[in-house]
Design a protein around this ligand. Structure first.
Ligand code: G6P
Length: 612
């Protein structure tokens, strides 16, 4: 949460910083700000989106070749102009941007107040910059050393950059817990929370490690050291990201673009791993852990949000195919409930961003207790993959819409491949079933393409139900997680209350809600528990509920009783989640758009939840 960008070089910093902030708005967008040094320190901050900041800064002095900028998701203090970053030191010489939480800020603040410091905002970040200033004055050290000493007094997480009016040729950055990437170009340095603001200027990057500091000076090489003062040699990596994935490419919203990208993103997830010529699945990233997985007494899937739903599909897949017991855990619950973890457990952490604080903390805990940790993440070089023993990237490409779409189908694709690979190793799948699933998995991108053709039907249905106040989503077996995901998607972006339920559980409660006002989305493909779902649909209809059913192409039984049907191609039961999720994504998208909601940046949400 919160996005940070910084620039030092020959170019004007302001346009680079604003463009960078827009790329990072997925991380939070309740207020933003920029600080530039050009003789003076010019600071502009505004409540609201980056566009508000731009309007505010128009016509003002935005000159300067060094600057820092921030887009905020409020933790300490409400979103307003004062609490927005950057924050400054008491003497207004230093400015800071920060992503993370300083947990002991209250204690530090009290000490600083006793020493005469006066604070303008309610933020923990302002405390940090005052602390740096205090250390510099009292210990009589240079700024870099002051930052290092101050960071040793801090408990919590940070990705922060400091600039100084007295020294406009320098950026000082540090990180712990929150992500940070440094781009090194020709006579220029860029810093950001992820690589998207950097890639069009340079592809040469360094991912900062926890408790590492970086000093960037004009005309000098990048200098790294630990906060315990040990010099580090930078490990440069090459960005492979394609620039057009960062643009809307003709779509009205990133979310719609990302929904339509799924045939390609799923293909990318399978590339080189589904070797169709020899009919084999091979995930190179977990190769060395095949035996560990094969012999695991238990698999724990740990995740949050949409990724947790992918984990639930994973549970069905793994238990079905590998016969290894699986538990799916909300990371936030798992880490605080004293769970039983043994060395025979394999934990699979699932995360699009690779930064979710609870997931990260949960895997650190499981690792300490001796479990093997594997990751399924989308953002390359993010924190979670760096804390796992091994893993498989989803390679779905950057996902910018806050509501996760293509990341989910790619996570499920990896889980399917992993389950197939382990089932083969364990001998829990027959040769013919293995080959059938491998070949059918390979056709999923074209099946998704076909599902996307339901776009217009889904749009029409959306128009009919856009004013509904509640929605119920029902599914059984593999489609129960799909129902949960459909409901989550609708809640997130349209603000309509929606619940996902196992269809048979409806009669233990939610059935009481059903009347002519209640749309019920039922995922009812031919494969699975079709007859039982038909009965559930009858139960809804008997109470005058409106049924929107996702059915297999050519279905007649459900079509006779449902109010609306959305047809999807016939695929194996295990693979249905990969295609049945897609019309539900479209449904929430169109309903949200028709209700005038900001689908890419829904209220109160952030894409990367780096606080617990
Ligand atoms: C946030 C996002 C969700 C996402 C969840 C988990 O709530 O808005 O879309 O599913 O975090 O994020 P992760 O990056 O770990 O998958």
């Amino acid at each position: 949460m919160c996005g940070i960008v910084a620039y030092l070089g020959d170019k004007q910093a302001y346009p680079i910083l604003i463009k960078g902030l827009k790329r990072l708005e997925y991380r939070g967008y309740d207020s933003s700000g920029v600080a530039l040094i050009n003789g003076d320190l010019n600071l502009y901050k505004r409540k609201g989106k980056v566009a508000e900041l731009e309007k505010f800064a128009k016509g003002k002095n935005v000159e300067g070749t060094v600057g820092i900028a921030h887009t905020r998701w409020a933790t300490h203090g409400e979103p307003n102009d004062v609490n927005a970053h950057p924050h400054t030191s008491q003497d207004k010489n230093l400015a800071i941007i920060h992503n993370g939480i300083i947990e002991n800020y209250n204690v530090l603040k009290e000490e600083l107040i006793n020493r005469g410091h006066v604070f303008e905002s309610e933020t923990d970040t302002e405390v940090l910059i005052h602390l740096v200033e205090d250390v510099q004055q009292n210990e009589n050290v240079d700024l870099v050393e002051a930052v290092r000493i101050a960071l040793n007094q801090v408990v919590g997480a940070y990705a922060m950059v400091i600039i100084s009016k007295k020294d406009d040729g320098k950026l000082i950055a540090a990180k712990k817990g929150s992500p940070m990437v440094i781009g090194v170009g020709d006579n220029e340095f860029l810093i950001a929370s992820d690589a998207t603001p950097i890639v069009e200027y340079t592809r040469k990057v360094v991912y900062l490690e926890d408790e590492e500091m970086a000093v960037m000076e004009r005309g000098k090489e990048l200098q790294l050291k630990s906060i315990s003062n040990i010099k580090h040699t930078p490990y440069f990596q090459e960005l492979t990201m394609n620039l057009d994935v960062l643009e809307k490419g003709g779509y009205d919203h990133f979310m719609l673009k990302e929904i339509f990208e799924q045939p390609t993103s799923i293909k990318e997830t399978m590339r080189g791993r589904l070797r169709i010529d020899d009919g084999v699945v091979w995930l190179g990233g977990i190769r060395e852990y095949t035996a560990k997985l094969k012999n695991a007494k238990r698999i724990l899937m740990i995740a949050c949000g949409t990724s947790w739903h992918a984990g639930l599909v994973g549970e069905y897949l793994f238990e079905d195919l590998t016969r290894i017991p699986v538990e799916v855990e909300y990371a936030s619950e798992f880490r605080y409930r004293n769970p039983i973890i043994t060395e025979d457990d394999v934990v699979i952490a699932i995360s699009q961003s690779g930064e979710t604080a609870d997931t990260l903390a949960a895997i650190k805990m499981a690792k300490e207790k001796g479990a093997t940790i594997l990751g399924i993440c989308n953002v390359v070089g993010s924190s979670i993959p760096r804390h796992t023993d091994a893993g498989s990237y989803t390679h779905a490409g950057p996902e910018i819409g806050v509501a996760s779409t293509k990341a989910f189908t790619s996570q499920v694709t990896i889980l399917t491949m992993m389950a197939l690979m382990i089932a083969k190793e364990r001998g829990t799948i027959s040769r013919s079933r293995y080959h059938q699933l491998v070949y059918e998995l390979e056709t999923i991108p074209e099946k998704v393409e076909e599902v996307l053709k339901t776009n217009d039907i889904v749009k029409k249905i959306s128009a009919l139900y856009k004013d509904s106040r509640n929605f119920l989503y029902l599914g059984r077996g593999y489609n129960f997680p799909v129902a949960l995901e459909g409901a989550l998607k609708l809640k997130e972006i349209s603000y309509i209350h929606a619940e996902g339920y196992p269809a048979a559980e409806m009669k233990h409660g939610p059935i009481a809600l059903i009347d002519e006002e209640m749309p019920v989305v039922v995922i009812a493909p031919k494969r699975g528990h079709y007859d039982k779902l038909v009965s559930n649909i009858q139960e809804v209809k008997a109470r005058k509920g409106k049924v929107i059913a996702v059915v297999t192409k050519g279905d007649v039984d459900v079509a006779k009783i449902a109010d609306h049907v959305i047809e999807i191609p016939d695929v194996d039961e295990l693979l249905v989640p990969l295609i049945a999720t897609v019309p539900l994504q479209l449904l929430s998208y169109y309903i949200a758009v028709m209700r005038g909601c900001n689908v890419d940046q829904p209220r109160n949400l952030a894409k990367s939840v780096t606080v617990e």
